[in-house]
Design a protein around this ligand. Structure first.
Ligand code: AHG
Ligand code: MN
Ligand code: MN
Ligand code: MN
Length: 324
């Protein structure tokens, strides 16, 4: 039985990086515990507040954010944090080497119906000096990530983690309170016949995405020549996990309703960490026109169109964008 920290040591992660990851995981175990209590702890439902994304916050969005913020501020290796649920970046410890960005609770519309949710995190090195509440420190491309991961809170809690040496799965053993290795060097199948997209937004997409999905729906008689299946959990963590396990393509594309026309998902908390994981697991990740991890961020809460998953299928979507 191998614990996360043993794998991190084996893969040559520094003491400082291991400390940051282990602190995040303490927070995730606490979130897993609270989620399992649900109604018993009176933590379902919404607050009366809106986050900076313009979303009404669920009680558990706020609780999960507070759990992670509190634990990360205690780690001397953390310079600062940025979160989907925080308006601004938050300073932790001035001598810390690392910056942590996170989506404390992903798929939070699923909480009240007792379906899968997750936590997504990304770790960057702070370049140079300066307090961790300086937003400029965080504006690094996804290629600079030193680690990324998510915890899927489903029937079991599963940690998926990369430090740039492939992707491993760890399952939370609640008896010993540790994530233990359950699958190594995960590789997403190159081809797929399963897509995931919120079809109700179809009329707001660009033409290349409209064409691709309509060709998927035409099945073996259409130009793609395959009969497709569709899934939509409305929780990116669950969606990406399914793709890591059995292949598939996930899309939250450009959408004409958004002010920045970039779709719904956030680059720093969702796009970049998931792209790092997917690329480390033999997959591909793009906006349709460029690799997500090549984007130079200009704002911590910026949004990004996301197309990721099985390599050949993602490249098919990229061809629709080149031609369209
Ligand atoms: P969050 O709960 O962190 O705000 O993220 C929700 C995201 C993502 O998990 C999911 O893919 C997508 O929103 C679902 O959006 P729709 O409700 O538009 O389907
Ligand atoms: Mn949200
Ligand atoms: Mn999210
Ligand atoms: Mn969230």
């Amino acid at each position: 039985m191998l614990r996360v920290d043993e794998i991190l040591r084996r893969d040559g992660a520094s003491d400082e990086l291991r400390s940051v990851i282990n602190h995040i995981l303490v927070g995730c175990k606490e979130i897993a515990h609270k989620l399992s209590q649900g109604e018993l702890a009176g933590i379902l439902g919404s607050t009366e507040t809106e986050n900076v994304q313009g979303e009404t916050q669920k009680k558990l969005d706020v609780i999960s954010n507070d759990v992670l913020k509190h634990i990360l501020k205690q780690d001397p290796n953390v310079r600062g944090i940025a979160s989907e649920e925080e308006d601004n970046t938050v300073a932790a410890n001035d001598d810390g080497k690392y910056l942590v960005t996170f989506d404390p609770l992903d798929g939070s519309s699923n909480i009240d119906v007792n379906l899968s949710v997750g936590t997504i995190f990304s770790i960057l090195e702070a370049q140079g000096e300066g307090s961790g509440d300086n937003m400029e420190l965080f504006l690094q491309s996804g290629r600079n990530q030193v680690a990324a991961g998510y915890v899927l809170y489903g029937p079991s809690a599963i940690l998926v983690l990369t430090t740039g040496k492939g992707v491993n799965f760890f399952t939370l053993d609640r008896h010993i309170g540790e994530f233990v290795l359950t699958k190594e060097k995960v590789c997403i199948p190159e081809d797929t016949k399963e897509f995931a997209i919120n079809m109700s937004n179809q009329r707001f997409w660009e033409k290349p995405m409209q064409d691709y999905i309509s060709h998927c729906l035409q099945g073996e008689e259409g130009p793609l020549g395959k009969r497709y299946n569709m899934r939509w959990v409305a929780s990116m963590v669950a969606e990406v996990h399914r793709i890591l396990v059995r292949g598939g393509i996930f899309m939250y594309p450009w959408d004409s309703r958004d002010p920045g026309k970039a779709g719904k998902l956030r680059l720093m908390y969702e796009g970049n960490p998931m792209s790092f994981i997917v690329e480390q697991a033999c997959g591909r990740s793009t906006t349709g026109r460029e690799d997500i991890m090549d984007i130079q961020p200009t704002e911590i809460h910026q949004r990004v169109p996301v197309v990721l998953g099985s390599k050949n299928e993602v490249e098919t979507v990229m061809r629709y964008h080149q031609e369209g």
